[in-house]
Ligand binder design. Structure first.
Ligand SMILES: Cc1cc2nc3c(=O)[nH]c(=O)nc-3n(C[C@H](O)[C@H](O)[C@H](O)COP(=O)(O)O)c2cc1C
Length: 326
């Protein structure tokens, strides 16, 4: 699969998730074989670019994979400026967010709310595509509401405006995250356009990824929440799609190494003070996959400081490894 000049090794992508897919997590997922990882959405409003949050999101120094940056907004010119700014900053792909139902974005008719205005969608895509010399991709939902699944219309507009890949979350804007994702609309879109289609929504096992890929005919699969605390999901999907069988799950020692490295990377990327707070949610997600870890989670969350977190994780996993081998 190719996106513009970039050859994508594996058709398994990490979904952009604000507050989750920062550089440390992207690096973990890239190491698991993710073909493309997109960062957290960045507002197209330049007034917020100077905040610590935006600066961390824009930081592409040391980025290892293909640098895909997502922008969100509703004004074509502002989005184009944001795209240009990010390309100057090293972005190799610009992704436009029309898939997010978050209030903060939607207050300004952005994210998936834009799907109710195809004419504005067209203007945004045209303006952004014409403003940069890197591939522009788009992320949408299947439509505005279950009664208004206009994903096919939007996909055709996207193709016509030069969008180079389209990721589709199998829910409408109105569905938020409720119910189950549906893939029939994604399959229908795949039939109608020839740009690469990426299927997204509720893919939490490798078996489901294979089923969704076969059902939709999508060129790639995108995983979001399923990878939180379980980046091995990406490795498993890559393996299943490539060899037709499931790989062995990660050994405890590998889980320990990954968690500890991830937390160290968070401390380095954000600095110890901010980092130790942000590490908590990731550790909590990892612990969801480790039986009987409830009391440890509480203890971990009470630790104030980066060094304390690492010492504690080393001790926790050492104990688990000893118990396992005895
Ligand atoms: C915490 C969180 C943050 C998200 N932030 C973004 C975002 O910044 N941009 C975007 O396009 N989608 C965002 N999404 C939507 C995901 O990219 C994805 O489409 C959605 O979670 C469905 O995939 P999943 O079922 O594999 O999680 C976010 C989702 C979550 C749970």
């Amino acid at each position: 699969m190719k996106i513009g000049p970039y050859t994508i090794d594996n058709p398994v992508f990490l979904a952009p998730m604000a507050g989750v897919t920062d550089q440390p997590f992207r690096h973990i997922c890239q190491a698991m074989g993710a073909g493309l990882t997109t960062g957290e959405m960045q507002s197209s409003n330049p007034e917020v670019w100077d905040t610590d949050k935006s600066k961390a999101r824009m930081d592409l120094t040391n980025e290892r994979g293909i640098r895909s940056v997502q922008i969100a907004g509703c004004e074509p010119e502002l989005l184009a400026q944001a795209a240009q700014f990010n390309v100057e900053n090293g972005a190799q792909i610009i992704d436009i967010n029309m898939g997010c139902p978050a209030k903060k974005v939607n207050k300004k008719l952005a994210g998936s709310a834009l799907l109710q205005d195809p004419e504005l969608v067209q203007r945004i895509l045209r303006t952004v595509v014409n403003s940069v010399n890197v591939p522009v991709t788009l992320k949408i939902r299947t439509g505005w509401s279950p009664e208004n699944r206009n994903g096919i219309e939007i996909a055709k507009i996207a193709e016509g405006e030069g969008i180079q890949a389209l990721a589709i979350h199998g829910r409408t804007r109105e569905c938020l995250f409720k119910g189950e994702a549906e893939y029939a609309t994604i399959a229908a879109i795949k039939q109608k356009v020839s740009i690469p289609i990426i299927a997204n929504g509720d893919i939490t096992t490798a078996a489901k990824a294979l089923t969704v890929k076969n059902f939709t005919g999508a060129d790639a699969i995108m995983v979001g929440r399923g990878a939180q605390g379980n980046p091995w999901l990406i490795q498993e999907i890559v393996h299943l799609l490539r060899y037709g069988k499931m790989p062995a799950g990660p050994q405890l020692a590998e889980i320990a190494d990954t968690v500890i490295q991830h937390v160290k990377d968070i401390h380095i990327f954000y600095g110890d003070q901010k980092g130790y707070r942000l590490a908590r949610k990731h550790v909590s997600w990892y612990l969801n996959h480790i039986p009987d870890s409830k009391s440890y989670r509480r203890a971990f969350n009470a630790i104030e400081g980066a060094t304390g977190q690492i010492d504690s994780l080393v001790e926790f996993f050492d104990k688990l490894l000893k118990e396992k081998s005895s």
